[in-house]
Design a protein around this ligand. Sequence first.
Ligand code: BGP
Length: 474
Amino acid sequence: MKLKENFLWGGSIAAHQCEGAWNEDGKGIGIMDLVTKGSYETPRRIDKTFQQETTYPSHEAIDFYHKYKEDIVLFADMGFKALRISIDWSRIYPNGDDSEPNKLGILFYQELVDELIKYGIEPIVTLYHFEMPIHLVKKYGSWANRQTIDFYLTFCRTMFEALKGKVKYWVTFNEMNHIDPQTETSDIFTYIIAGLKFSELEDRRQTLATIGYNMTVASCKAVTLGHEIDSNNQVGCVFGIEPVYPVDCNPVNVMNAFKQMDRDFYQIDAMCNGKFPEYKVAEYKDQGIKIEIMPEDKGSFADGRLDFIGMNYYASSVAEYEGAEEGRSALFGGLQNPFLETSKWGWTIDPTGLRYLLNYTYRKYGLPIIITENGLGAVDEFSEDGKIHDDYRIDYLQKHIEQLKIAIEVDQVDCFGYLTWGPIDLVSATTGEMKKRYGFIYVDKQDDGTGTLERTPKDSYHWFKKVIQSNAEN
Ligand code: BGP
């Protein structure tokens, strides 16, 4: 298999990390509007009362809300075939439970999508990328409450209808798999996905399992809804997966690594196999966790199967020794892999892991896959010649694209696109920094809030343009 002629080269962004305009045109307060800037050393703080004098990165971000037209000109110049955007739920339903949507919010996304289409860029639309109205958390308890599924579906319906005939590729959720009852996690991780602080959850494992289940049901129902509204819709879901390697060849540890991979795949199993996996139900039962599977859910799983799988890939991890108290992820301080280097933020650099993940996933489900995020977070500095020579980023991406090509051309994986994360610099989700940059385009926005917001192409911009032009032949 060769790379398809119409292979979707491009990038992925998320509303709360780039738009800014946090309280304009009727937008409500979303969960990420309450999160302060942090750093690698200092976690972001969740400040539900806005009491502190501090920086809230989502409030201005890179002002994509007002500058998207000029940014799309640059994406088009690079030859982008696709751009993955997200719809900020709190722009459409400011409180989440409003009886009418906010027309100005809908208009913004209609115009944004029109602009992409004008340049021949395929819009790929994520319906939930950490942008829940805070009201749904405060009043209903977020995804721990099944009512949230209905509010989410109302929002999905509004957007499926508003963008009907213009958007073909939809993503129901970004990275719901990071809600994981088995792993001790940081507050920021449960917060960005569900607006809840891990440390404040009363019955942690039970609540996280319920959230994970309810989100899975919501995704399946959204898939069915998307198909009902337009049979041309291709509806997928995006997962952020780290392949988990065994710590050694002791079969007990190999089995342990296998089980840790399951944590990230049980929701995909549910969404592809037409039922919630029995091994997960048994595992929960064993741990005293109860999942309320409603009679109607069976139909939801059976009908709402995914059309494609989106994979966010950054790094691989190493499983803890069997018997270690809690599983930990490499991204957040787990065991180091002695064979791999890491980024400045401690994420392993593992291009072969991308080939492994593509093969693993394709052989399990046989569904088309798109790489929806991949990239290197790095500190970029201007050289004396006034340019940013980000050869480290080119090196990272080139090696991953090589492995992607092997997966497609040698291993016969059906992968129809490759989107880099943050093709333009934007706010980091986990740290809230601007210093952690992924873009081909530099944005003059600094962590102390200063900067002109001017956009400047880096060396990687010109390199990626050639990759697209040649369909990665050179
Ligand atoms: C993914 C998220 C993105 C993005 C990326 C990089 O998990 O889907 O929103 O932010 O990670 O992470 P960070 O910004 O923390 O470097």
